[in-house]
Design a protein around this ligand. Structure first.
Ligand SMILES: Cc1ncc(COP(=O)(O)O)c(C=O)c1O
Length: 255
């Protein structure tokens, strides 16, 4: 079959002012960087830029965590990577749900064979710490996951008390910061967030990309990590092996 390649024009969408929660308008400096020549992943220049990017990400996430990395993918890919590297079949996982993105986390936990326990709040309201406390009583979940800024309803979830309750139950605290990072305070180390993912197309004014930062992996008990993540593409072990950084749980984002 012949294809008339002349019909495919150079991509030029013209200018738009993006007013939604994301994607947002991209800063001209970022657009210039996107048109830079491609280089190899072992090129010293690439390694330098990657190191600088990690430094900047640690700053925006307010963390000292070594395993703070950019990963090519959307926010949903970040969500998946985070959970794939933590959840194994049979693991009990608590997800706080008050909108679309908490629901998406439940879906992924189900696909991974996790035993899902939901803490539901009315859409448009934050999850009350007492509701989580009730669910945690007498349980020993591997992790508790929550959305910081639930874009579908505009609700901001306060994290400190949920983090405290989660750690008291011996679980890891996993947070979606796709819409909050860069727009609101996201203080990983101060709050005690163990794993986090985000996206760059919202408050960071970049094209869709997803940053992630687990808390200091040295704090992650080996028993809390997925021994063999059920996805090769989203496993962070390759990253750890290549950089000799750390072995730990993962989250992904897109560079
Ligand atoms: C809170 C939240 N989490 C996850 C996602 C998924 O991100 P993406 O659309 O980049 O897959 C979004 C997207 O709007 C979001 O707002």
């Amino acid at each position: 079959m012949r294809l008339d390649t002349e019909q495919f024009k150079e991509i030029d969408p013209g200018s738009r002012v993006l007013m939604g929660p994301g994607p947002s308008d991209v800063h001209p400096r970022v657009l210039r960087a996107l048109s830079a020549p491609c280089i190899g992943h072992l090129d010293p220049y690439f390694l330098r830029v990657m190191g600088e990017t990690q430094q900047l990400l640690r700053h925006v996430f307010q963390t000292e965590n070594e395993l703070t990395i950019p990963v090519s993918g959307t926010g949903s890919a970040g969500m998946e990577t985070c959970l794939v590297n933590l959840v194994e079949p049979g693991d009990e996982v608590v997800v706080c749900v008050n909108g679309v993105f908490g629901t998406r986390m439940c879906d992924i936990v189900g696909r991974l064979g996790g035993r899902l326990v939901r803490v539901d709040a009315e859409w448009g309201r934050a999850v009350a710490p007492e509701a989580l406390e009730d669910v945690l009583r007498g349980r020993n979940p591997k992790l508790v996951a929550v959305v910081h800024a639930e874009t579908s309803t505009g609700v901001c979830q306060s994290l400190e008390e949920l983090a405290r309750l989660t750690h008291a139950a011996g679980a890891l605290f996993v947070v979606d910061t796709v819409t909050s990072l860069g727009g609101m305070r996201v203080a990983l180390d101060a709050v005690g967030i163990d794993a986090v993912y985000s996206g760059t197309q919202k408050c960071l004014s970049c094209p869709p990309v997803w940053p992630r930062s687990p808390s200091d992996p040295r704090r992650w008990p080996r028993s809390r990590r997925a021994r063999r993540p059920r996805s090769a593409g989203t496993s962070t072990s390759a990253w750890c092996a290549a950089t000799g950084a750390t072995s730990g749980p993962t989250i992904t984002r897109r560079l």
